[in-house]
Design a protein around this ligand. Structure first.
Ligand code: PLP
Length: 381
């Protein structure tokens, strides 16, 4: 079956473990197992855990912990998946029929755009708009009202957004749900960066605003636990029951140890400790990268992210973004993401969630590469 190349994941899968500095990651530096465990953790129970198949839609204990984060949700509203990516996959697979229109907020991570194509949907990109003062990315409700038709099956959100780091405010979510409600469309909101807000104010969820809302999320980004491969779907009970049977065809069940460690991570006190760690990293490193960008203000403009460990940067050099990223990788062994992967040449996505020294060293190498380019003044002359 023909599939569109998921260019960003393909690039990261190929190079992220081979370069000296991987600044292509969008989450914070991952936790170690011993950092996750605390004195209250049953370590013997963990070591004695039989490696059986876990309950295939996630243990009741884990689903209870996830449900507790979404007011009014019960275990029937939750399915545990292998990462947020499987949550997106089975949700789109379940919801889409060939010919359905999919209105997708862009730029975004890209998986759901590709899946819309794979499942025969008709993709209608819905671009975020930069405010006139250039200080904020936001949704354009008027253009949404035009894009959504009786054939629209799904409106896809990424909130907070990868790559811009923008949050959709509650009033806009309500307005989006109202537009969806006019035609009975689903709103699928990928909220995997929720909890990674720079100001500590949790991003409003679409949960509870609309009867046809589905949330996908997981532990990979805001929690710094990508290696657990734990994601989830939260939605109406019949929808979740249906996606569970799609899951039978993909991976059957989450990893037993992952389910167990996710239950540890989502205990209220541990969860608070993990999210505090995330915010500490974000707040320590954001000034490192913004100072660096400001020192190169002749080439770069950017909107500081509201959430996530990524800055989406516009650059003034005339070099194509993929060429620039390839040169950076080959000549300096640093990996970042080209705007081309979001259909926006002239941009770069730089991750800042790593250890601070590592981030500084990676940026130094990027500065070295920039010195070898003709520079914005020369290219516009
Ligand atoms: C918005 C978004 N959703 C999902 C994923 C994939 O999540 P996971 O690694 O949990 O499969 C990513 C990864 O970058 C992402 O940015």
């Amino acid at each position: 079956m023909r599939i569109p190349l998921f260019a960003m994941e393909r690039m990261q899968s190929t190079w992220e473990n081979l370069v000296d500095y991987n600044l292509s990651e969008s989450g914070v530096h991952p936790m170690r197992v011993e950092e996750l465990l605390d004195d209250a953790t049953d370590r013997e129970g963990l070591l004695g855990q039989e490696l059986v198949y876990a309950q295939s839609n996630g243990t009741i204990g884990l689903r209870e912990r996830v449900a507790a984060m979404y007011p009014g949700a019960t275990v029937e509203h939750v399915e545990i998946t292998n990462g947020g990516s499987e949550a997106n996959f089975v949700t789109m697979w379940h919801l889409l029929e060939p010919g359905d229109e999919v209105v997708c907020m862009v730029p975004n991570y890209g998986q759901t755009l590709g899946l819309a194509d794979v499942f025969g949907g008709v993709l209608k990109p819905w671009p975020l708009r930069l405010s006139p003062d250039g200080r904020r990315w936001g949704v354009d409700l008027d253009s949404l009202r035009v894009l959504v038709t009786a054939r629209t099956r799904v409106i896809i959100l990424c909130n907070p957004d990868n790559p811009t780091g923008a949050r959709i405010p509650a009033a806009d979510l309500d307005a989006i749900c109202a537009v969806a409600g006019r035609v009975g469309a689903w709103v699928v909101s990928d909220e995997i960066y929720r909890g990674a807000e720079l100001d500590g104010v949790e991003t409003p969820s679409v949960w509870g605003r609309y009867e046809r809302a589905v949330i996908t999320s997981g532990l990979s980004k805001a929690y710094g636990l990508p290696g657990l491969r734990i994601g989830w779907i939260v939605g109406p009970a019949p929808t979740v029951a249906a996606t569970w049977s799609h899951h039978d065809y993909t991976t059957i069940a989450p990893g037993t140890l992952s389910d167990r460690l996710a239950r540890v991570a989502l205990q209220p006190a541990t969860r608070a400790r993990i999210l505090a760690r995330t915010q500490r990293i974000l707040r320590a490193n954001l000034p490192v990268i913004t100072d660096w960008l400001d020192a190169h203000r002749d080439r770069f403009t950017y909107v500081p992210p509201e959430a996530g460990a990524i800055v989406y940067v516009r650059y003034a050099d005339s070099i194509n973004s993929t060429k620039l990223v390839d040169r950076l990788r080959v000549e300096k062994s640093v990996l970042i993401v080209p705007g081309d992967h979001f259909g926006m040449d002239g941009y770069l996505r730089i991750g800042f969630g790593s250890e601070t020294r590592y981030l500084r060293d990676g940026l130094d190498r990027l500065a070295d590469l920039l010195r070898s380019l003709p520079g914005p003044a020369a290219t516009t002359a």
